[in-house]
Ligand binder design. Structure first.
Ligand SMILES: NC(=O)C1=CN([C@@H]2O[C@H](COP(=O)(O)OP(=O)(O)OC[C@H]3O[C@@H](n4cnc5c(N)ncnc54)[C@H](O)[C@@H]3O)[C@@H](O)[C@H]2O)C=CC1
Ligand SMILES: Nc1nc(=O)c2c([nH]1)NC[C@@H]1CN(c3ccc(C(=O)N[C@@H](CCC(=O)O)C(=O)O)cc3)CN21
Length: 291
């Protein structure tokens, strides 16, 4: 299945995002998670790409395993970080040779310790250039790109950011996956502004269940997403009780997702980050059941 074929009217497509583990115990946790979550028949599982291309090979290998052993469509994340145009084309070729038909095309975060993104010599500066490169060499590839309901942190303003999103879609992206958010009003306004700007492809909300108080800081600094005071306070009140935090986080995510579904979104992309219990609970509560 390609991203270009998903989100037709009358269908609802779940997708799940994972990352390449750093060690063997991480591998074990990931495969337990995948086994649990693919029972819900996600349209695809996407696998992230490490800074500096450190995990580009791992990303392809994991996508191959997901497709060949777990019989689930995989989407490989792919960034411009530290790669020349030729290296990007080589990498895309190996992904294509491995049977991968979907790419999440991103510029990428600046490597750890760097404040700003510096393109490689002979490399690409923005994700729209990567989308164009993919379309030029692999016209059949399904392509997803990132969108920012609360505006990308490096963008001077919302209009500029939206114009840049439009460049990515005009270059050939098939769907937009949003940065994670907790306040649906941001998504609602973003979707409206996209339509006004002439962005007509599906816009899929990206949701991350926050089930631990200690993760809030890290996630908000990475993503710049508004974190509801109400949720922070509830989690903080039970800081010593991991189980209670889990219940609060799951409950919040269920309500957030249900509201999005009621609002007619054609799918939801879950930042599962190699863990299944929260997603499993959320899927069941939303009425998605194991096959
Ligand atoms: N699921 C994931 O792995 C996700 C990763 N990210 C990360 O977020 C970061 C940004 O990546 P993308 O959104 O793909 O980057 P992007 O290239 O679309 O945008 C990056 C910044 O440059 C600006 N910009 C974009 N195109 C431009 C152009 N042609 N001219 C001038 N300015 C332009 C944008 O407004 C934005 O501020 C990356 O670090 C990406 O890895 C974000 C969301 C999801
Ligand atoms: N700017 C940005 N870069 C990204 O890579 C990114 C986003 N935004 N937004 C959407 C998702 C969310 N991503 C995330 C979010 C959190 C962790 C994280 O906390 N990682 C921990 C390990 C997590 C764990 O073991 O559960 C880490 O230490 O790397 C990683 C990727 C990747 N994506």
């Amino acid at each position: 299945m390609r991203i270009s074929e998903l989100y037709r009217s009358g269908t609802f497509d779940l997708s799940v995002e994972i990352f390449p583990p750093k060690n063997e115990s991480g591998d074990a946790e990931l495969f337990r998670t995948l086994e649990e979550l693919i029972r819900y028949q996600p349209a695809f599982v996407s696998c992230t790409y490490g800074a500096g291309g450190s995990t580009s090979k791992r990303t392809i290998e994991l996508c191959e395993t997901i497709q060949n052993q777990l019989h689930t469509t995989a989407t490989a994340h792919f960034t411009c970080v530290a790669s020349t145009r030729d290296q990007l084309v080589d990498w895309l070729q190996s992904a294509s040779d491995a049977g991968i038909n979907n790419i999440m095309a991103l510029r990428g975060d600046p490597p750890k310790g760097q404040e700003t993104f510096v393109p490689a010599d002979g490399g690409l500066k923005y994700a729209n250039e990567l989308v164009a490169l993919i379309r030029e060499h692999f016209p059949q590839m399904g392509i997803g790109v990132a969108g920012y309901p609360e505006v990308h942190p490096e963008s001077p303003d919302a209009e500029t950011d939206l114009a840049n999103l439009k460049r990515k879609v005009d270059a050939g992206a098939n769907a937009v996956y949003t940065q994670l958010f907790f306040n649906n009003t941001h998504f609602h306004n973003f979707r409206e502004r996209c339509v006004q700007a002439g962005i007509t492809c599906p816009i899929i909300p990206g949701i991350m269940p926050i089930t631990e108080f200690r993760r809030i800081q890290r996630i908000s600094s990475m993503c710049n997403s508004e974190f509801p005071v109400e949720l922070t306070e509830k989690l903080e009140a039970v800081q010593e009780d991991l189980e209670a935090q889990f219940e609060i986080g799951v409950d919040f995510a269920i309500r957030q997702c249900q509201e999005l579904i009621d609002d007619g979104v054609p799918g939801i992309h879950f930042y599962a980050l190699n863990r299944s219990p929260a997603c499993k609970r959320i899927f069941e509560a939303l009425g998605f059941h194991e096959a």
